[in-house]
Design a protein around this ligand. Structure first.
Ligand code: NAP
Length: 463
């Protein structure tokens, strides 16, 4: 440690245990300027955020990143405090009083709205809810989705739209080898849906999805993808398109050239259509789209322009996959338009010793790895503040908590506190339940059951 650097232990609370929370913890623990204690708070009994409850069950490779988080959690100066709801069990002020700094990595816990008539009709659902449901997130376990119709319409042309379309189209046999929630597996088995129509408001070259996700659709669903060749023929400013956009276009042209088998369950992709109304008598029966022309500006940005033409599509299930949205935290500033906490390189504006990382800092974009750089930037900001003496930590820090004061205080507030040890019991139980049927794990979705195992209240077999 260089001479002159601060040596009094630093204590940081990280709120949220998804990728950005773990990458922030990792950056904090890796630095050598000062001894450190990192306590991670999580509202649920289980860690890993969207890696557990967002990444699609048929993408197990993406989930292997959880091994990195497990390694971070094994650090001797790291503690996990699950099943603690900041704002309910513990206030924000109580946290800032006990730690030198607090870093919020709470993600984007809500969804963007379309703002059109009929959006709240039964049968018009948020993809965020659907994803939480099929991934066994306890908050969404009681939802129901109607798969009795023949066509589902997914609004949006991003990776979440493709995840949702793939799950709706995948053969049961394939899904049954994944960690998809049991309730979703059972409901999807009875599905009558034969067509999932994914609809983008701009052109085929402006899709927000990534090429590997687009390319894998036939292999994963076992069927073709129906794309209208007309919208692919002439792309505005095609020469100037980015390489990923050109690659996507090539994949879509390949799909357009390959007819899909009649009657088979399949994905249809449509572009240049904006939903303007969802209609139905008490529940969704059809959706109305405005047909769009495309316009390109001087900087090459392509936008959709309503031609005035309308198209009505019959459907009983609309899934809105138009993006996640951050939720405000009481007492902290919030940018309503962007759904983020305003910050300077991660330091929350207008307050001291509080930081953000991940989607609540920059908005719901990027892949899991994007959060590594984002969290590192916030942690660098925190250390710059420490160097500058802006954390005033000597007055507040409780150093290494030798008497476990923090844990005792938390247990007083939340007797069902889940520690790293408790989570490991859940993890082992889920994996062992999945093993006989060749599944990576069978997720336990009811909080009571998770707590039974984490707190050793009863046998894992009684799920
Ligand atoms: P996204 O990538 O931002 O895509 C949102 C889509 O919704 C865009 O096509 C957007 O069109 C459209 N949209 C927005 N508002 C709309 C409206 N009012 N009407 C019609 N369409 C509208 O969001 P996402 O799919 O939720 O994904 C979030 C992030 O997670 C992304 O960075 C994504 O790549 C990542 N993710 C990655 C994976 C993976 O790697 N496998 C899986 C899932 C998610 P415009 O472009 O015209 O705005």
């Amino acid at each position: 440690m260089p001479e002159g650097t601060v040596t009094v232990p630093l204590t940081v609370a990280v709120v949220g245990s998804g990728p950005s929370g773990f990458y922030a913890a990792s950056s904090l623990l890796e630095q050598t300027a000062v001894p450190i204690r990192v306590d991670m708070y999580e509202r649920l009994a289980t860690p890993w955020g969207l890696v557990r409850s967002g990444v699609a069950p048929d993408h197990p490779k993406i989930k292997t990143v959880s091994g990195v988080y497990a390694a971070i959690a094994a650090h001797e100066n790291f503690r996990f405090f699950g099943n603690v709801h900041i704002g309910r069990d513990v206030t924000r002020e109580e946290l800032t009083a006990r730690y030198d700094a607090v870093l919020y990595a709470v993600g984007a816990q809500s969804d963007r709205r379309l703002g059109i008539p009929g959006e709240d009709l039964p049968g018009s659902e948020s993809a965020v809810d659907f994803v939480g449901w099929y991934n066994g997130h306890p908050d969404y376990a009681d939802l129901t989705f109607d798969f009795s119709g023949e066509r589902a319409v997914v609004i949006g042309a991003g990776n979440v739209a493709l995840d949702v379309a793939r799950i709706l189209c995948s053969p049961h046999e394939r899904l049954s080898r994944t960690d998809i929630a049991d309730h979703a597996l059972a409901a999807l088995k009875e599905s009558s849906i034969t067509e999932v129509m994914v609809v983008g408001r701009r052109g085929a070259a402006q899709g927000a999805f990534t090429t590997p996700e687009l390319k894998e659709l036939p292999e994963f669903t076992g069927s073709g993808v129906d794309v209208d060749p007309a919208v692919l023929a002439d792309q505005l400013g095609e020469d100037a398109l980015s390489r990923p956009a050109k690659r996507n276009l090539a994949v879509l042209r390949g799909y357009a050239a390959t007819p899909t088998a009649k009657g088979a369950r399949h994905i249809t992709m449509r572009f240049q259509r904006t939903p303007v109304e969802i209609r139905g008598d008490g529940r969704v029966e059809e959706i109305v789209f405005a047909r769009n022309a495309l316009r390109i500006d001087d900087e090459g940005w392509v936008s959709a322009v309503d031609t005035g033409e309308r198209e009505t599509v019959a459907t009983s299930l609309v899934l809105r996959a138009v993006g996640y949205r951050g939720v405000a935290i009481d007492g902290l500033p919030f940018d309503e338009r962007r759904g983020v906490i305003p910050n300077d390189e991660g330091r929350i504006q207008g307050v001291e010793r509080e930081y953000v990382a991940g989607w609540i800092k920059r908005g719901p974009t990027g892949i899991i790895g994007t959060n590594k750089k984002c969290a590192a930037e916030s942690v660098a900001r925190l250390f710059a503040d420490l160097e500058a003496g802006a954390l005033h930590r000597h007055e507040r820090g409780i150093a290494f908590d030798p008497g476990n004061e923090i844990e005792t205080w938390l247990r007083g507030r939340q007797p069902h506190l889940v520690t790293e040890q408790g989570w490991q019991l859940i993890d082992a139980a889920e994996r062992s339940i999945g093993e006989p049927s060749g599944r990576p794990r069978v997720k336990l979705v009811m909080t009571d059951k998770l707590l039974d195992i984490a707190l050793n209240r009863q046998s894992a077999a009684t799920r």
